[in-house]
Structure formats: structure tokens, C-alpha cells
Design a binder for this molecule. Structure first.
Ligand SMILES: C[S@@+](CC[C@H](N)C(=O)[O-])C[C@H]1O[C@@H](n2cnc3c(N)ncnc32)[C@H](O)[C@@H]1O
Length: 240
């Protein structure tokens, strides 16, 4: 399953065709950065729940956001988002990507299966290695709260929240990690439009989050300064 989609948010066939043609148009128009296009074959081979345009956003933010510090992804799964972030950080000459996951499974996948799922840890390691980014990613096998307990206080430049999608988990992720963002840092919350709990937990932390807000499909971005022009331009794509 390459770059597949979450069931339950999959658009109907006609809407999907319209969406696909708009996205193809967007690619033809050259809105995707060359650095991303060059890496697409690697990303396409990794299993995950991401649209191509989500990966462009991860890549661009990791590459373009100003400031110093680490990139942290909460919820690694098999490394699809991690690899996009690692390519961005590499192309922008930024600091390492950290990613954290207990590898116990995604909420929607667990609810669909109704039983424990196999760990995604070995596939994450293999995908990072095959993508050639193992040296620029630190993968933690832990719950995000547990990693926070032993974190050395290093500042973050970019926080991507995509771990357990409950009110309490998202609240805890934001309350723990957002204060570590350095000047110019940004937070991207995945599944804001898919889970009311994610939306509510995020909105309830509004005072803590960077002041400016932008939509990126079903994700929400919170940022401090004017976004780099490449990012602003890309966020204007027809998301569907
Ligand atoms: C939607 S998947 C992540 C997808 C990944 N970010 C990507 O872009 O491909 C959610 C992941 O969160 C992980 N997870 C569950 N509870 C967690 C927790 N407390 N801390 C961090 N990750 C958690 C699950 O094991 C699952 O792999």
C-alpha cells in the first residue's frame, strides 16, 4: 500500500477524480518544489496514510521554516512523514529529525482491526535506511509523553503532531512540546478535520499555540512569522 488514504475520509469516486485532476494540474503547473519531485519515487514506496500534497507540506516546512532547533514528529508509523521531513531538513541544511512512536498502532487502524496490530518499528527502520536518511533521523520507540519526561530540553523548530488521536493525547502533546518551539517555530496538527477530539484539543490550547493559523488540507498549521513564500504559495493549492 503506497501513500494510501484513511478509509472513512476517502472522497466519493467523482469527487476523487476531480480532486486527482486538480492535483495533477497543480503538479503540471510546477507548484511542487524540484527537491520534492526528485524524492517522490522513494516516498511512493513507503506505506502510510498520506496524500502526496501532505508530504509536500511536510517537506517544505522542514526545509523552509526559519530558526534553529530540531524537527519532532509525534507518531512515526512506517516513516512516510519522517522521510519527507528528513529530505526537507537535509535540503535546507537544518538540524536532525526526531520521531517518536510506541509502535502500538494508529487509532483508526486499531479500531478497524479490533485487536492488537503488529509493531511498525522494523519497517520504520528499514524505510529510513532504504531512503538513505537513517543518519539524520533519531527514532524513539516510546509514547510521546514518556519521551518528554526524558527530553533534554533541546529546542524545536518544527513540531508535527500525528500520534494518538484522542483529546487528552493531543492536549498533552501540545502542552508538553509547544513551549519548546524556538522563535519562528511552527506546529502542524494532523487530522484536525478528521477527529473532533483533535480539533477540540487543539482549539483549547489556542493561547499556547503560535498566533497565525493556516489550513493545509485536513491539517492545521500554527506559525509565528510570515511563512516563507514557497510555503505560502503551496498552501494555496486547491485542496479539495
Ligand atoms: C497516523 S500514524 C502516524 C503516521 C505518520 N506520521 C506518517 O506520516 O506516516 C499514528 C501513529 O501514532 C502512534 N502512536 C500511538 N500512540 C502514541 C503515543 N502516545 N505517542 C506517539 N505515537 C503514538 C501509532 O503507533 C501510529 O503509528
Amino acid at each position: 500500500m503506497a501513500a494510501s488514504f484513511r478509509s472513512g475520509v476517502f472522497p466519493s469516486t467523482s469527487r476523487r477524480s476531480a480532486l486527482v485532476s486538480r492535483l495533477q494540474l497543480q503538479r503540471l503547473l510546477g507548484w511542487e518544489p524540484d527537491g520534492f519531485r526528485a524524492e517522490w519515487p522513494t516516498l511512493e514506496a513507503i506505506e502510510g496514510w498520506r496524500y502526496r500534497q501532505d508530504l509536500v507540506v511536510l517537506y517544505l516546512l522542514a526545509r523552509e521554516l526559519p530558526g534553529h532547533g530540531l524537527t519532532l514528529e509525534i507518531g512515526s508509523y512506517k516513516g512516510l512523514g519522517t522521510v519527507a521531513l528528513a529530505f526537507g531538513v537535509r535540503d535546507g541544511g537544518h538540524d536532525t529529525v526526531h520521531t517518536v512512536d510506541p509502535h502500538t498502532g494508529d487509532r483508526q487502524a486499531l479500531e478497524a482491526a479490533g485487536e492488537a496490530l503488529p509493531s511498525s518499528e522494523a519497517e520504520l527502520e528499514r524505510n529510513l535506511s532504504e531512503a538513505g536518511v537513517a543518519d539524520s533521523v533519531v527514532a524513539h520507540t516510546a509514547r510521546s509523553d514518556d519521551l518528554f519526561e526524558r527530553w533534554d530540553g533541546s529546542a524545536l523548530r518544527f513540531l508535527f503532531v500525528d500520534g494518538w488521536h484522542s483529546y487528552d493525547a493531543v492536549k498533552s502533546d501540545l502542552r508538553n512540546w509547544v513551549p519548546l518551539l524556538g522563535p519562528g517555530g511552527a506546529v502542524l496538527v494532523d487530522d484536525y478535520d478528521n477527529y473532533p477530539e483533535v480539533e477540540q484539543a487543539t482549539d483549547d490550547q489556542r493561547d499556547l499555540l503560535p498566533p497565525h493559523r493556516a489550513r493545509a488540507g485536513r491539517m492545521r498549521l500554527f506559525h509565528t512569522r510570515l511563512l516563507p513564500s514557497t510555503v505560502r504559495r503551496y498552501l494555496r493549492i486547491p485542496w479539495g
